[in-house]
Structures are given as C-alpha cells and as structure tokens.
Ligand binder design. Sequence first.
Ligand SMILES: [Fe+2]
Length: 447
Amino acid sequence: HAEILTFYISGFGNECASEDPRCPGSLPEGQNNPQVCPYNLYAEQLSGSAFTCPRSTNKRSWLYRILPSVSHKPFESIDQGHVTHNWDEVGPDPNQLRWKPFEIPKPSQKKVDFVSGLHTLCGAGDIRSNNGLAVHIFLCNTSMENRCFYNSDGDFLIVPQKGKLLIYTEFGKMLVQPNEICVIQRGMRFSIDVFEETRGYILEVYGVHFELPDLGPIGANGLANPRDFLIPVAWYEDRQVPGGYTVINKYQGKLFAAKQLVSPFNVVAWHGNYTPYKYNLENFMVINSVAFDHADPSIFTVLTAKSVRPGVAIADFVIFPPRWGVADKTFRPPYYHRNCMSEFMGLIRGHYEAKQGGFLPGGGSLHSAMTPHGPDADCFEKASKAKLAPERIADGTMAFMFESSLNLAVTKWGLKTSNCLDENYYKCWEPLKSHFTPNSRKPAEFN
Ligand SMILES: [Fe+2]
C-alpha cells in the first residue's frame, strides 16, 4: 500500500469548520441553512445531544453533502452475527475471568470485515433507555467494501490492537494504528479498511458521550491534553455505486441494512462540535506517586462517560502507560483489591506488570464487582523483596481498562463460543502462601 495521507484538526470537543479543498467556500457564510447552499449541496444537521442541553454539553454538526442521508431504500433486518445486547444468555458468574488472545479468522477460511467481525463479549444496561454499555471484540481480515456502519445506540471507543484501521467517515478519513484510539459517536457513518488480520476492542456506551475527566487539584494540564485529540478534515467522494451501497445500522441492538446508489462519504464541508476523533496514547501525561504508596488507578483515566450520579462513570477508559516507578518503602505493583466497579482489561502490546504470563496482547480479563484480584504469587514474591531503585515500568507495553459502575453480564460467545476462556486463571493465585509470623513484627525474608 502506498502511504496513506490523512489530515486533522487538533483539539477536544471544539467548534470546528472544514471544507474539502477541492470546493473552496463550500461552507455557507453567516448561516446554516441558506435557501440554496454553495455548490448546490444539501444541508443536514446531525444532533448528538438534545436540542436543549446546556451549552457545555450541546453537540451537533452541520454537514453539506451531495445527497442527504435520507436517499436510501428501506432498512431490512440482517443476520446479527455475534452482536447482542441480551445480557441473560447465560447466568451471572462472579469468577475472575481471563481470555487468551481472541482468534482472528484467516482470510483463506472466511472473509470477515469490521462489521461481520464484531463480537459482543459483555455488557449491561438498557439500549432503549440510553443507559449502559457493551464491550465488543472485533476480529477481521477484509476491508468493508461498499458497506458502511452507523450505530443508533451509542458511541464506539475503538482500541485497535493488531493492524491499522483506515476509517472513512462522513467528516473525513482517519488512520488509527495500534496504540492510538478513536471515538466514533452515535449516528456517524463509517467504513473501515484493514491491511492484515486485524483485532481490537470496542467500548460502546449508550446515551452519553466521552469527556475528558476533571483534573481537580492536578490543575489545568495533564493526563490526556485536549490539543492531542485529532479530528479528520472534510473529504468527499462523488461515487455512484450501481450494485448498491449498503448502509448497516445497529438500532436497539439489532442490525439492519439499507441500499443506496451512492457513497455516503459525500460530505463536501462540515462545521460543528460533534465529530469523530482519534488520540495517540503516547501523548498521555502520566501522573503518579513520587513519595510512597499508590494513587488509585483513576489517575490513568483518558476519557470518561459519566452517569447522572456525581463522580460515577458508566465507563472510564483507563491506560497503564510506560512510566517511572519511584515510590519508596512501597509494594509497587497494583495492590490486592475488591472493587464495587467492574474492570475489563485488555493488552495492546507488551507484558502487564502484575501478571507476566497468561494475560497476553489481544486477550482480556474481567474482574467483576467485589470479586477479589491482584498480583499473582510470582509477582508478589518478587515485588516484596525488590530493591526499590527508580525503575522503568511497562516500557513497550500498553494495557488498558474499561471500568464500569454497572455489573457486566458475559455473553455466550465470551464464555463458550469464542473458545478463548482460560479455565486455569484462578490458579495464578493458588501459590500465594501465608508469611504470617505471629511472634515477630520483623518483615519476612523472601527468597
Ligand atoms: Fe482491579
């Protein structure tokens, strides 16, 4: 493949304006809805919030396009594949769960694109009342050909793990590589080209949008900085598709398809604050303890989808980037804990510090509400006797967590069909032994 050129505007949630350079002046001046638009385009508003939301949360964009989105044949139900929002497929399971890397189909066996390669792993809540989330795994080997997708149910936060994604959207093109993430918000049409066997994770949230977390005493800068979020610039194709272009819609958890005669990427210009965007995880400015003990992992929050309860997220997207570990007199790996939140973890690359084996790139783990977890026995022994010099942690590694206040149900695909569940996960804690010395406060000698 030749070099793929993509261009971006920088900034999180800004009011932006973009014109395809082939049509200068394509944005109407001074109004949204002129009687006749420049270049004889159609004006279309895409609303991402209620019209009456406060200004700080009001989201919409105006698209100036060759044909309006409404030019299509009726939607018809199509095969669901492994997409589901049925959280009662199998009964609840409080155990620690871990998955081996999810297997990507070989193109010689079966051609699978991004949409047909969606697999729902777990989730909770209700699509119809716009409250909840789903975690999906995508496993694909083929580009979407004359097919696009949009989600009426919520926003997709896409975490590619293997293989880059060239994403065509109504707002322009984005190239998203592993160690970058992108967010495609509710209603936005997109089509994904892939270049190899490709895998990744998706956090879908219903009814809310991702925000940057508040920084409190950290101040005005730090964590994910707004300027590092990149928004595509307007790009259009005026392309007839005689055999029909298929628009796939996820609506109330079900998949539908409609045919139209032209490419949906026919937006010549747009303006607004409701756009897709991407972010490179290398730009995350890590804050951490420089004296002793741990800060809670909330310091690693990249984006949050807030619930209506103050401080409680539907889901947070949290990362564990390369950094220095310098805490004195401290057990440095993550502490043992039980959490009222549900924690789904994935690994983009490298080795996660609390478990050197078993948790592999492209796999995952789920520690549900109040289910105990923490370092494996080997990690505990090593970290308890380690000499506490400043050390690099997680170089070459990027683990992440989708953390939710909801109690997640695992799908049948997750527990059975994927055939990736690691039945032996619990054994990593079995070798933990008592070091209790009731007659002596002296720390144990680990050897
Ligand atoms: Fe945890």
